[in-house]
Design a protein around this ligand. Structure first.
Ligand code: SF4
Length: 669
């Protein structure tokens, strides 16, 4: 059989946005490899994507629209035609709009696909409809806020900076699971003699490649950063010249804040030995070019935005930005590279509509009034698994008067509660254009194979719905490829220096960064703003996260073999991931009379979740860890980990507090 190799992009919610080479034979994807020509990912893929063809052609793919015929949540459906499905949705929505207004309809989506068009096009449709809007803040809004409050719109460093550093701090990140291609630069730096330290709440799998691990009490990272700053100032390890030239507010920080964070106090807050805090500060202060790689988990606490803001101040004190290899990488923002507003179409919103926070879906579905949510349209997201306070969400999804539509590739936990399920295409069946949040590459990808069964892309479904609703705007008539063309025509300033023909042909292309971008601080003052006059809290300081009244912190962390709730359809990856384990320190287990391998229940005021206990000294006492999000089918009990998490929001930017959770544990009898 003759085959050909075509380029594509990994569509999942991961900073790396890998370039793919897909072998196509007879209209099927038969093999997927990394693209060696990709400037950042250079031909390697993570274990999840090396057999992406198994996901695309999985026998579990949904291939037809399905109508619920049994009780909600029991998974009983019958196939119907697309015509009937669209008619039913539009009939129901027109009734809801007449009775309750269009704000009674809630779209729910996040990052099941990261393609600019397919990810965002629903917003254009729902703005035109006048539906409630969704605050999409589940992942890292507090992280972005924390970075921006110090650095404004300053460009993030190119990841190759990591390779030039002599002291790398991986802070709250498991790069082996979430940013694997950064390893290339970490190895490069190590070869040149750099030291690599990991700061985290447990010895995550990346601990195996670092020189030292610093275990910090969950939610106290901001205090650690202030303690380091205290020592840097005390010991004269600051770069006075850089500070005078480039920093706003150092004097206030030095006199008003830092005296409150001596090492002994910081040790009490963080649980880290004084000697280790001193050593860390000394290494950081004496390094030629210290570089911090900042993860996202630490922003998901009640103090998450302030934590990120505080850590982001550190490089300024030692003038790290001025040296090749120095700085801090939180996330790369290339939002202005495409004309995304041409698919989000805020101009179609006749008047501002209600905003519902995606982290408070349980509340929205069960308590929100005036109007209540009467219909939810879920696309490329799985809130029954990924959103906090699962018990309340399920209660909402069980409402007989709630009309739920789910557009999906697989029968997810959320889809089980739907009234109508629509089959969705995979990234190989539709076209799109991608940017990344871990590097400066962009890439256009064409549809490579025909849709599986009757699957349709996000945009195709919104076009059908628009037509049935009688929306006459030209926007809804455009094909996906026309929308992609509009993303880059005319090219935004950033695209002017790239080879557009290469981009159009589907090759990965890297955006170039201006000279001296690392010391061009795009803030209102033109300086790094340790003192931020716009925030009611003008200076960084530490305050406690929420916590709960329970014994153990619970960390729900990423797995190498899954990504949020994606890849649960893959038996090969499920086998590698193993059971839903709860990792516990042996001394904690002893104090509770628990044994390795036992079924246990983690519980708090919000819910109860069953796990298999795994004893390990990789987690400190007082901390429990579970890796990966499982579907309800693959866990020992009925609920999954987000039955334990809370709808509370971060201190700024209304983010999720998925790590700010405590539980107790008992044997499952
Ligand atoms: S999930 Fe991330 S690392 Fe894995 S292939 Fe996709 S972009 Fe690359």
């Amino acid at each position: 059989m003759k085959s050909e190799i075509k380029r594509s992009v990994c569509p999942y919610d991961c900073p790396d946005a890998c370039g793919l080479l897909v072998e196509i034979a007879d209209g099927q994807a038969v093999k997927v490899k990394g693209d060696p020509e990709h400037p950042f990912t250079k031909g390697t893929l993570c274990p999840k994507m090396v057999h992406y063809e198994r996901t695309v052609h999985s026998p579990q793919r949904l291939t037809q629209p399905l109508l619920r015929i049994g009780e909600k949540g029991t998974g009983q459906f019958k196939p119907i035609s697309w015509e009937e499905a669209i008619e039913r949705i539009v009939d129901r929505w027109q009734g809801i709009i007449s009775n309750n207004g269009a704000e009674a309809i809630l779209p729910y989506s996040y990052a099941g696909t990261m393609g600019t068009v397919q990810r965002n096009c629903g917003e254009g449709f729902f703005h035109r409809l006048g539906a409630s809007r969704l605050a999409r803040t589940i992942c890292s809004s507090a992280k972005s806020y924390g970075w921006a409050s110090v650095m404004g719109e300053t460009m993030a460093p190119h990841p190759e900076e990591v390779g030039k550093s002599d002291f790398i701090l991986l802070w709250g990140t498991n790069v082996l699971a979430t940013n694997i291609h950064l390893m290339h630069y970490i190895r490069e730096a190590k070869k040149r003699g750099a030291a690599v330290w990991l700061v985290d709440t447990y010895e995550n799998p990346t601990a195996q490649i670092v020189d030292k691990v610093v275990l910090v009490r969950p939610g106290s990272d901001g205090a650690l950063a202030l303690g380091i700053m205290h020592i840097l100032v005390r010991d004269g390890l600051i770069d006075q010249e850089f500070i005078e030239r480039h920093v706003q507010g150092f004097a206030q920080l030095r006199t008003k804040i830092l005296p409150d964070y001596p090492p002994a106090k910081v040790s009490q807050i963080t649980g880290i030995e004084v000697s280790l805090i001193e050593e860390m500060a000394l290494r950081y202060g004496k390094a030629r070019a210290p570089f911090i790689v900042l993860g996202s988990g630490l922003c998901r606490y009640g103090n998450g935005a302030m934590t990120v803001r505080t850590i982001t101040c550190l490089p300024a004190l030692v003038g790290a930005w001025g040296n090749p290899g120095g700085g801090l990488l939180a996330s790369i923002s290339t939002g202005k590279v495409f004309h995304t507003q041409r698919v989000t179409r805020e101009d179609l919103l006749k008047e501002p509509t209600r905003v519902v926070n995606m982290n408070q879906l349980g509340y929205a579905l069960t308590e929100l009034a005036k109007p209540p949510i009467m219909s939810m349209y879920v696309y490329h997201s799985n809130p029954a698994v990924v959103a906090p306070d699962q018990t309340m969400i399920i209660k909402g999804l069980m409402r007989e008067d709630l009309f739920t539509v789910v557009h999906e590739r697989f029968m997810t936990d959320t889809a089980c509660y739907a009234d109508l399920i629509l089959p969705a295409t995979s990234s190989l069946e539709h076209s799109d254009i991608y940017r990344a949040y871990g590097h400066y590459g962009i890439q256009r990808a064409a549809a490579l194979i025909p849709p599986i069964g009757e699957a349709k892309s996000n945009w195709e479904v919104f076009q059908l719905l628009a037509q049935a609703m009688g929306f006459e705007e030209e926007f809804f008539q455009q094909t996906t490829d026309e929308l992609i063309n509009q993303m880059i025509d005319p090219p935004a300033p950033w695209l002017e220096s790239i080879d557009l023909a290469k981009l159009q042909a589907g090759y990965p292309v890297e955006l170039s960064l201006p000279e001296n971008y690392k010391t061009t601080f795009l803030t209102p003052s033109g300086k790094i703003e340790i003192y931020n006059p716009k925030d009611a809290d003008n200076l960084p300081h530490y305050f406690e996260p929420y916590g709960d009244d329970a014994q153990f912190y619970l960390m729900s962390t990423p797995s190498v073999y899954s990504l949020n709730s994606s890849f649960n359809e893959r038996p090969d990856l499920l086998r590698k991931r193993g059971a839903a384990y709860l990792q516990m320190h042996p001394k904690d287990a002893e104090s509770k009379n628990l044994l390795d391998g036992q079924k246990v229940i983690a519980f708090n005021a919000r819910g109860e979740v069953a796990f298999i206990l795994k004893l390990t000294t990789s987690v400190p006492q007082g901390v429990l860890v579970t890796e990966g999000l499982f579907s309800s089918e693959t866990v020992p009990g009925d609920s999954t980990v987000n039955a334990l998490t809370s709808q509370r929001l971060t201190d700024r930017a209304a983010g999720s507090t998925l790590y700010d959770v405590k539980v107790d544990v008992r044997l499952w009898k």
